[in-house]
Design a protein around this ligand. Structure first.
Ligand code: BES
Ligand code: MN
Ligand code: ZN
Length: 498
């Protein structure tokens, strides 16, 4: 079971209770199995559709209470028009949209996985279930007073009717692992920072051991020994200790280079001495969305027993202002030996990543490194909440990420890198400074990271706009999105498991 939804697959059949959802095309066209399901209702559906002006247009739906001739309490006809299913990722979205039409109090929901012109394939039927699972997620553990008289039953049950239930069930097994990974990431992002501080985050990451993931946790003492002074400098103003967690999944050939995923895990970002304004600061509990994605991804890979070696590495710190906090003007020596002048203590994510990237490059010698970070407000100005910013020193890797983005619906847009931008972070006093001025802020942040990856093929995803507070979608109604889990799982499955 993923989240609060229990998913099953069966042949097309009329459920005896709950909600039945079917798809209609233009001019109320139904597939043959759907026609059989609806036969006992006679002309009820066509009369109701006429009364409502419903013609099966994509994005519209007809909601019928206590339909005559059927035992269900509700029949929902979801329009798919003529073009539905044309775009990759459409089925996942449609699953979310359709499931979202069922009222929250419905314990049992059935969806007939058939389009007017064709039965859906097992993969498509499983995608519908994935979309519904992601849609069903809600972060409500701190709601002690039920607002509605009738709370949503848990777990809810979803049955997908299909011509090939066994194959669809099998196809869903992989997706269930992925949906669990997304939900783990969302939970971590939504969790408040008084509960989820670096040590607690590390404890939760360590639960991946149950799935056969090797987990190493470095505490302050171990980090000092590793000379991760850029990372430790960010955490030194907090009473909470910092942590770095290394997760390893060995599902590939022995000795094959691992793929490496690195996440920014600032459990709360006040800005430090360069303190942020009060308005909206509460959102900075989500400044660990990169690390959350890495944990969710490692869960997915392990749960579906991916045939690949992978390393997940997360830098966990709390950025606070206090008597021991680092100051603007301070110079720190990173693990790489390069020195950094701190201009703005709010540009902390890059300091954390600098040491973790260097450590992973040198210790694990990966095939590639991909980092995810809620790194800059500038990327939100550039791309809004629709695309994550992609920066890379490797065209092949960048192309694969763009493609995986299209297929998963978690889209990325490539941004430039170059020596002109790199110059912006040269410092008067040290090897570099941690900010490059207002212009091209997301790019200069990426340039900074690039100075710590050496020759390793690398991509950086700035998920400040997509990891949290992104617009509500058909497959996410919560604040934390879990962005990146489906994107990177797709990348691994399509390009590195063959
Ligand atoms: N965590 C923030 C970036 C951020 C902003 C994420 C809004 C999500 C929503 C990051 O640590 C930060 O403060 N960046 C600064 C960098 C600047 C000081 C160079 C920024 O973007 O303003
Ligand atoms: Mn910051
Ligand atoms: Zn931050």
């Amino acid at each position: 079971m993923a989240g609060g939804l229990k998913v099953g697959f069966s042949s097309y059949s009329a459920p005896s209770k709950g909600v039945l959802i079917v798809f209609a095309g233009t001019d109320l066209a139904f597939g043959s199995a759907t026609r059989t399901l609806l036969a006992p209702t006679g002309d009820f559906v066509s009369r109701a559709a006429a009364a409502d002006g419903f013609k099966g247009k994509s994005g519209t739906a007809l909601d019928l209470i206590a339909p005559q001739g059927l035992k269900v309490s509700r029949l929902i006809v979801v329009g798919v028009g003529a073009e539905a299913g044309a775009e990759p990722g459409d089925m996942v979205k449609l699953g979310g949209l359709a499931f979202g039409r069922a009222p929250a109090v419905a314990a049992e929901v059935a969806i007939a996985a058939e389009f007017p012109d064709r039965a859906l394939t097992p993969d498509q039927a499983a995608d519908l279930a994935l979309g519904a699972t992601l849609r069903a997620y809600a972060f409500d553990r701190y709601k002690t007073k039920k607002k509605d008289a009738e709370p949503a039953p848990k777990p809810r049950r979803l049955t997908i009717g299909t011509a090939s239930a066994d194959k669809a069930r099998k196809a869903f097994a992989t997706r269930e692992a992925i949906s669990q990974g997304v939900i783990i990431a969302r939970d971590l992002v939504n969790e408040p920072a008084n509960v989820l501080y670096p040590e607690e985050f590390a404890r939760r990451a360590a639960t991946l051991r149950k799935l056969g993931v090797e987990v190493e946790v470095f505490d302050n003492k171990a980090l000092a020994k590793l000379k991760m002074k850029a990372l430790l400098g960010v955490g030194q103003g907090s009473v909470r200790e910092s942590r770095v967690v290394i997760m390893r999944w060995n599902g590939g050939k022995k000795g094959a280079k691992p793929l490496a995923f690195i996440g920014k895990g600032v459990t709360f970002d006040t800005g430090g001495i360069s303190i942020k304004p009060a308005a909206g600061m509460e959102d900075m509990k989500g400044d660990m969305a990169g690390a959350a994605c890495v944990v969710g991804l490692m869960h997915s890979l392990a749960a579906r027993k991916a045939k690949v070696n992978a390393v997940g590495a997360i830098g966990l710190v709390e950025n606070m202002p206090d008597g021991n906090a680092q100051r603007p003007g301070d110079i720190v020596t990173s693990m790489s030996g390069q020195t950094i002048e701190i201009i703005n203590t709010d540009a902390e994510g890059r300091l954390v990543l600098a040491d973790v990237l260097w450590y992973v490059a040198k210790t694990h010698k990966p095939e590639f490194m991909i980092d995810l970070a809620t790194l800059t407000g500038a990327i939100i100005v550039s791309l809004g909440h629709e695309y994550a910013g992609l920066f890379s020193n490797n065209d092949k890797l960048a192309e694969r990420l763009v493609e995986a983005g299209k297929l998963s619906g978690e889209r990325v847009w490539r941004m430039p890198l170059g020596p002109e931008y790199d110059k912006q972070i040269d410092s008067k006093f040290a090897d570099m400074k941690n900010t490059g001025g207002r212009m091209g802020g997301a790019i200069t942040a990426a340039q900074f990271l690039q100075r710590f990856v050496d020759k390793t093929p690398w991509a950086h995803l700035d998920i400040a706009g997509t990891g949290m507070g992104s617009p509500q979608s058909d497959i996410n109604k919560s604040w934390g999105s879990g962005f990146g889990v489906r994107l990177l799982d797709r990348l691994v499955a399509d390009s590195y498991e063959k």
